[in-house]
Design a protein around this ligand. Sequence first.
Ligand code: BG6
Ligand code: MG
Length: 214
Amino acid sequence: MIEAVIFDLDGVIVDTAHYHYIAWKRLASEFGITLTPAHNELLKGVSRMRSLEIVLSLGNIQLSDSEKEALADKKNKWFIEYIESVRPEEIFPGVKEMLVDCRKKNLKVALASSSKNAPRVIELLGVANLFDTMVDGTMITHTKPDPEIFLLAAKRLGVSPDKCVVFEDAEAGVVAALAAGMKCVGVGSPDQLRRANVIVKQTSDFNLSNLDKL
Ligand code: BG6
Ligand code: MG
């Protein structure tokens, strides 16, 4: 029996994945690199520094650690500017209702986002009270595809990993969820998410009554 549901943030609860994309695209263009949506799939779910390294590798660019830190900061400043306009209405359709429904069904609810900006996004959306625990990029050593973030979320909920279901839009996130011994609902395109137990187009397309069938 499933006892907990763990949600990724960017691309699962709200379309902030788009803001990450345009910020990386802007940075890439400064190096003459054209970042495509296909490249962007590789950046989803992984850490800020790992994302930067992937972007730079597209242009065969090698930089020192301090230069990379400066670029990661620059991208993050743009991202923070973009997200300041996020409003509660921007939560994906049906997701708030789904979080409420989880509680009604006595399921524990966690957020597990690789983003260090997750607390700010959740604050802007005004949904912090709908989670029993939140784990973000500041609390972990290894980001997805490592299972650490999901295992930590399960531990904080007091639920065994095999009784958790993860909602993820990133290939790295699906890999992490399965490595944690959890079930995974992929949100988005089967091209990247084929390893998930089930794939839906939007988070709220998944019917919570089917959790135990995964
Ligand atoms: C993940 C995003 O949620 O957070 C990644 O999918 C992003 O694209 C990562 O790189 C880290 O985010 P931040 O906000 O700490 O730079
Ligand atoms: Mg995501």
